[in-house]
Design a protein around this ligand. Structure first.
Ligand code: BGP
Length: 462
């Protein structure tokens, strides 16, 4: 049967993961502690059903088996991250040879199986030793990160051709410094702004090191969670609120990473409210000269926004009068198993925005996915029949296809995620994988969506 939707030749089909969420072996192989290991010990009750990151999906031991499954379900590419504290247990200084062997083995195994490794350097997992000196609040950590990045390029850059400096760098800012859902659980806007700025600078520094290393035919990018922001109405207050949401949650990273400049309006707002971070001479020029080659877009749901109504916001200890409120638009389509909105057209809006306002930078969907609680309820004859996930992916791919037809420079689609895994404070609450994992036995089983995706990848469309 001919495809109704065919994607460009060589489209990247695969899935995304992160080290802390899949590797397990948190206290093995010479790994040093990161903030998740530490915070879990300190406050286990912050984690769903008190489950921490020690074991997760045990990719550290089972990677060979997992890579065979990736191959079986048609992956031509796969995103992983390197755990900074596994490679360099203290964050700086000595490199852990066992980690070098592990990542070499994984990278080689992927390549031997025809799967291109996409490697991300930082997915929320600050080495504890560096957090103890202030983490991203401390400018010295920016240099430590650039050194770590350079070590990775040297060790693996002869085989890895797609690199990413950060995954969703806004999340540690929101979680750790505004809304109290990540360690260090600080609520302080000024610090949040400093952390955000240092992350942008760190990304630029890693790009400088990458270009110096001249990783042949390699590209370096960043992965951002872009949440298109839609106002409740065309009333000027709602419009302004939506612009503020966009400036803070999308453009604060997107503009410097791709265009090399912060939006003027964002700087003005920060200045007006006395929240500008400390910036040293030359920093802005440095950022300007080190923009990304490639952009990963994580898209889960849009942001619906209304003007601030001065009501206490139960979700947020951070709520200055000049910010915005989230708006629960009546009639929006919801994922009944996770509670997030499903708005497939958002993916199209993002791509068209990149095409029109960001030089049509080369991009791909680096995460998109549907979390489901108690997914065992869909188990039938030994397989999870996740038809809802197939519909979810299809709906997004249709809009992505339309954007590509209209000229968007999108090169691939990675699902979040390959296999059910541990997720930050939610632990195993929401399942997202193509592959289900029994967390007691570690047995893997393909879900129905995995078999469907295999066809999609094989036919380069559906
Ligand atoms: C993204 C992160 C992933 C993953 C996903 C699902 O923002 O990049 O690491 O956690 O969200 O999150 P959750 O399991 O909390 O629904």
């Amino acid at each position: 049967m001919a495809n109704e939707y065919t994607f460009p030749k060589g489209f990247w089909w695969g899935s995304a993961t992160s080290a802390t969420q899949i590797e397990g072996a948190a206290n093995e192989g010479g790994k040093g502690p990161n903030i998740w290991d530490y915070w879990y010990k300190k406050e286990p009750n912050r984690f769903f059903e008190n489950v921490g990151p020690e074991k997760t999906s045990d990719f550290y031991h089972l990677y060979k088996e997992d890579i065979q499954l990736m191959k079986e379900i048609g992956h031509n590419s796969f995103r992983m991250s390197i755990s900074w504290s596994r490679l360099i247990p203290n964050g700086k200084g000595e490199v852990n040879e066992e980690a070098v062997t592990f990542y070499n083995n994984v990278i080689n195994e992927l390549i031997d199986n025809g799967i291109e490794p996409f490697v991300n350097l930082f997915h929320f997992d600050m080495p504890l030793k560096l957090q103890q000196v202030g983490g991203w609040e401390n400018r010295d950590v920016v240099e430590a990160y650039a050194d770590y990045a350079e070590i990775c390029f040297r060790l693996f850059g002869n085989r890895v051709k797609k690199w990413f400096t950060f995954n969703e760098p806004i999340v540690p800012v929101e979680g750790g410094y505004l809304y109290d859902f990540h360690y260090p659980n600080i609520v302080d806007f000024k610090k949040a702004a400093q952390v955000a700025f240092h992350t942008v600078l760190a990304s630029a520094k890693a790009i400088e090191r990458f270009r110096k290393e001249k990783v042949s035919d390699g590209k370096i990018g960043i992965i951002l969670n872009l949440t298109p922001s839609y106002p409740r109405s065309q009333n000027p207050y709602d419009l302004k609120a939506s612009r503020i949401a966009d400036l803070f949650f999308n453009r604060s990273f997107l503009d410097p990473a791709v265009l090399g400049e912060y939006p003027e309006e964002l700087i003005e707002i920060l200045r007006e409210h006395g929240q500008l971070p400390v910036v040293q001479d030359g920093d802005l020029e440095f950022i300007k000269n080190h923009t990304v080659d490639l952009l990963g877009v994580n898209y889960y749901q849009p942001r619906r926004v209304k003007a601030k109504e001065h009501l206490p916001n139960p979700y947020s200890p951070f709520m200055p009068d000049w910010f915005f409120d989230n708006y629960e638009m009546p009639g929006r389509k919801m994922n009944p198993y996770r509670g997030w909105e499903i708005y497939e057209k958002g993916i199209y809006d993002i791509m068209i925005n990149l095409k029109e306002n960001y030089g049509n930078i080369e991009s791909f969907i680096s995460e998109n996915g549907m979390g489901v609680q108690n997914e065992e309820r869909f188990l039938k004859d030994g397989m999870i029949h996740d038809d809802y996930r197939i519909e979810f992916i299809k709906g997004h791919l249709q809009w992505l296809h339309k954007a590509i037809e209209e000229g968007a420079n999108c090169k691939g689609y990675h699902l979040w995620t390959f296999m059910d895994n541990w997720s930050w404070c939610n632990a195993y609450k929401n399942r997202y994988g193509f592959v289900s994992v029994d967390i007691t036995t570690q047995k893997r089983s393909l879900k129905k969506s995995a078999l469907w995706f295999k066809q999609v990848s094989h036919n380069n469309g559906f």
